[in-house]
Design a binder for this molecule. Structure first.
Ligand code: DGL
Length: 269
C-alpha cells in the first residue's frame, strides 16, 4: 500500500527544516506540509491551546487522507503526541529528541537543550537524556524571543544576536560541549548560535533522526513509496508570499506547490 501523502506540520516555517530531511531520505513520497504561520508562535501559549491547534491540523490531515503524520514541532510532540495517538486512523511520528546523538557526541556529559517555554516546561529532553544516561548533566534553556524573530525573517543581526547572547552565554559558562536544538526553527539560526558558543560546542539537530524514524514506520507498514518522482505541497495559514520566500530559502530548488489553508474550517464548533 503506497497510497496517500505524508502530512508534516509545525506552528510555522520551522518544520521546513524537517521536511528538507524527509524529502532527502524519502524522495519518492508525496508530502503535504502545513505551517500555521497565522498563529505562530505556539511555544509560549497555554498547553490546552497548543493541543487544540494540534488537533485542528490532524483533522485537516485526516480530511486529506494522509497515510502518516509527522510532527515537525517539538512543542506539539512534547505536549500532545501520546494523547493524539488514539484519535486518528494513521500513524503519528513525533520529533526525535536528539538524545542518543547528543550522548554519542558529548565528551564531558554537559548537554544544553534550547527549546520553547512549553517544551522546556515539559522536561521531555532532560527526562529522555537521564533515562539513557543518569550521569549526564542537562542544562535546559527556554528561548521565547527566537521564534517571533525567525518567523519575521530575522535570522542574523541586532535583536536576534542580543537574544541569543542572553540565552546562550549562561550555557557556555556552564561548559556544555553539546547543544540540542529542541525547536525546529532553531537550525535556521545555527550559524549565529555556533558563533556565540564557539567551535568546541557541537550542535545536534534532530531532524535527520526524525526523518529516519518516519521512514522506519512507513517501511514497517509496507507503505514506503519506492518509485515515482514524489511531490511537496506547502500549505500555510497566513500570507503565502512570505512563506514562499522562506520555503525557497530553506528548501532550495525543491519544486513545490503552495496553498492557503483556513484553520477555522477544522476548529470544533
Ligand atoms: N517549531 C516549533 C518547535 O519545534 C514551535 C515553535 C513555536 O511556535 O513556538 O517547538
Amino acid at each position: 500500500m503506497t497510497d496517500g501523502a505524508v502530512g508534516v506540520f509545525d506552528s510555522g516555517i520551522g518544520g521546513l527544516t524537517v521536511i528538507k530531511e524527509l524529502t532527502r531520505l524519502m524522495p519518492h513520497e508525496n508530502f503535504i506540509y502545513f505551517g500555521d504561520t497565522a498563529r505562530a508562535p505556539y511555544g509560549s501559549r497555554p498547553p490546552a491551546q497548543i493541543i487544540d491547534f494540534m488537533h485542528q491540523t490532524l483533522r485537516y490531515f485526516a480530511a486529506r487522507q494522509v497515510k502518516m503524520a509527522v510532527f515537525a514541532c517539538n512543542t506539539m510532540t512534547a505536549l500532545g503526541l501520546e494523547a493524539a495517538r488514539r484519535y486518528y486512523p494513521f500513524p503519528l511520528v513525533g520529533m526525535n529528541t536528539g538524545a542518543r546523538v547528543a550522548l554519542k557526541t558529548t565528551r564531558n556529559k554537559n548537554i544544553g537543550v534550547i527549546a520553547t517555554q512549553a517544551t522546556v516546561a515539559s522536561g521531555k529532553h532532560g527526562k529522555t537524556l537521564k533515562v539513557l544516561d543518569p550521569g549526564v548533566a542537562v542544562y535546559p534553556q527556554a528561548c521565547p524571543k527566537f521564534v517571533p524573530l525567525i518567523e519575521q525573517g530575522i535570522w542574523e543581526g541586532g535583536p536576534i544576536r542580543e537574544a541569543a547572547c542572553e540565552y546562550l552565554v549562561p550555557l557556555k559558562e556552564a561548559e556544555i560541549d553539546t547543544l540540542i536544538l529542541g525547536c525546529t526553527h532553531y537550525p535556521l539560526i545555527s550559524p549565529l548560535i555556533s558563533r556565540i558558543l564557539g567551535p568546541s560546542v557541537a550542535l545536534v539537530d534532530p531532524a535527520s533522526e526524525t526523518a529516519q524514524d518516519a521512514r522506519r514506520v512507513l517501511a514497517g507498514l509496507g507503505s514506503l513509496a519506492g518509485v515515482g518522482s514524489g511531490s511537496v505541497r506547502l500549505c500555510f495559514s497566513a500570507r503565502l508570499g512570505k512563506a514562499e520566500l522562506f520555503a525557497n530559502n530553506i528548501l532550495g530548488v525543491l519544486p513545490a506547490e503552495f496553498e492557503y489553508v483556513d484553520m477555522q474550517d477544522y476548529a470544533l464548533p
